[in-house]
Design a protein around this ligand. Structure first.
Ligand code: LLP
Length: 438
């Protein structure tokens, strides 16, 4: 299980801390992040660029898990961050994250959000559409304030896990189409603006990708466009942002490569193309989310009820479910798990792990082999660090779990468990009364 290990008590240990102790101390459901793993992943990306002698920014795509402490960790590791809302920007700034290393994404940023970005002097806004070009021109002129911008393009390379497809026309709500003249029009509109300083291009081709060829093809397409723009207008792109999407291992079916492999291939693709145009090598930016936090996170649950459906399945119910991990219900995402207090026991039963929410689809794992389970056991579901807590909800008024960081035998609460009081703190009592006829 990576750096998650088995200790002398036969318990799962995360960051050299006993998972059962963590469950006792903080309660369940509980997200536990092994922060050493996050650091290792971050340095993996950063060092690959360093070794290749390529200037880079590795921006943590914080939609995967956003909290004050994770932004602080990201800052410590020398990462940049990508935010997609005023809320993420606010949290990053609250954490003291250096604003010049914050990049702002989104296909419908509000004027308030754009003003907030200018107020905070962030590093870069990734422009998604023509509406935003107009809005940013007006805003920057009114404020007489400069801002670095990138143009987000859809290169017509769509990647999902092992496959990728290339389409002429990109059917995406994000970005300017690279193949039908939209991106060129955006480029023309942004040239020589007194306040908006165009740094280059961005694309993001998908998520949970294992195929380096998809990234390389996107890199090639964007580099070609850079060359074209240079020929036409002398524009020199400073930045090529190739997005995130590096796959991780949720189950044995997943076969991710080392970060270095994806990055080296990308670099090669760019170097090859720009050489043909005799352009200088741009800075390469990437935006990994899942591959930084995904396998660093484990969710601990307490086992409650069981139900045997004769000859069909054994349900094992835990004290969370789709409220803290919507991914199985939403994407049929697969996970692996162990009983953290019976880690050396024989796998004698096949269970379906059910959540506690009022929905038949609230299952976390179907048909997993586990030791004989009892009420009170602690189930650890692996690889829940990305898009788990960040997509959590209060469906059924379930309070959101607490989040703990563990490293080197130390542990610390970084997000408190929601209380019932928290659940009603935004609610207001009824004041409108039904009109009564007298
Ligand atoms: N950059 C951009 C512009 C993105 O849209 C995304 C993810 C990322 C970076 C980070 O991608 P990553 O490295 O984490 O794959 N909720 C889904 C994933 C949605 C991803 C959206 N965009 C899930 O749980 O699988």
């Amino acid at each position: 299980y990576g750096t998650q290990n088995i200790n002398d008590n036969g318990h799962l240990s995360i960051g050299q801390v006993d998972a059962i102790d963590l469950a006792k101390t903080y309660g369940t459901p509980l997200f536990v992040y092994d922060t050493a793993l996050f650091r290792e992943r971050a340095q993996g990306f950063i060092n690959t660029f360093k070794n290749a002698g390529v200037k880079a920014q590795v921006a943590y795509a914080s939609k995967a898990f956003s909290s004050v402490a994770i932004y602080q960790l990201a800052a410590e590791e020398g990462l940049s961050v990508d935010v997609v809302s005023g809320g993420e920007l606010y949290t990053a700034l609250k954490a003291g994250f250096p604003s010049e290393r914050i990049h702002f994404h989104g296909n419908n940023k509000s004027l308030d959000e754009l003003n907030f970005a200018f107020d905070s002097k962030i590093g870069c806004i990734v422009i998604d559409n023509f509406y935003e070009i107009d809005a940013l021109k007006k805003l920057s002129e009114a404020r007489q304030q400069r801002m670095h911008v990138l143009i987000r393009v859809t290169p017509g390379v769509e990647a999902h896990t092992h496959d990728f497809i290339t389409t002429g026309q990109a059917d995406s709500k994000f970005g300017f189409d690279l193949n039908n003249g939209q991106a060129d029009r955006a480029f023309k509109q942004l040239q020589n603006h007194p306040y908006l300083e165009l740094q280059g291009m961005h694309c993001h081709i998908g998520s949970q990708i294992f195929d380096t060829a998809a990234f390389s093809l996107a890199a090639k397409k964007l580099s070609d466009k850079m060359g074209e723009w240079h020929k036409e207008s002398g524009f020199i792109s400073q930045v090529l942002n190739l997005g995130g999407g590096f796959g991780i291992r949720y189950t044995e079916e997943d076969t991710p490569l080392q970060p270095a492999v994806y990055v080296d291939d990308m670099i090669k693709a760019v170097q090859q193309e720009i050489a043909a145009f005799s352009l200088p090598m741009p800075e390469i930016w990437i935006e990994p989310g899942r591959s930084l936090v995904g396998d660093a996170g484990t969710t601990l649950y307490t086992v409650g009820s069981q139900k045997v459906v004769p000859n069909t399945r054994n349900y094992l119910a835990v004290d969370g479910g789709m409220s803290d991990n919507i991914r199985p219900a939403l994407y049929e995402a697969k996970y692996e798990a162990v009983i953290a207090n019976k880690i050396n026991d024989k796998l004698v039963n096949t269970y379906t792990i059910a959540g506690k929410l009022c929905e038949s689809g609230d299952k976390l794992i179907e048909d997993i082999a586990l030791p004989e389970a009892e009420t009170g056991d602690v189930l650890a579901v692996f690889c829940t660090g990305a898009y788990g807590y960040s997509m959590a909800s209060n469906y059924n008024r379930i309070p959101r779990p607490a989040v703990v960081f563990a490293e080197n035998g130390m542990h610390q609460l970084v997000v408190k468990r929601e209380s019932y009081e928290d659940l009603v703190k935004l609610d207001l009592p009824l004041t409108i009364r039904k009109e009564v006829n007298r």
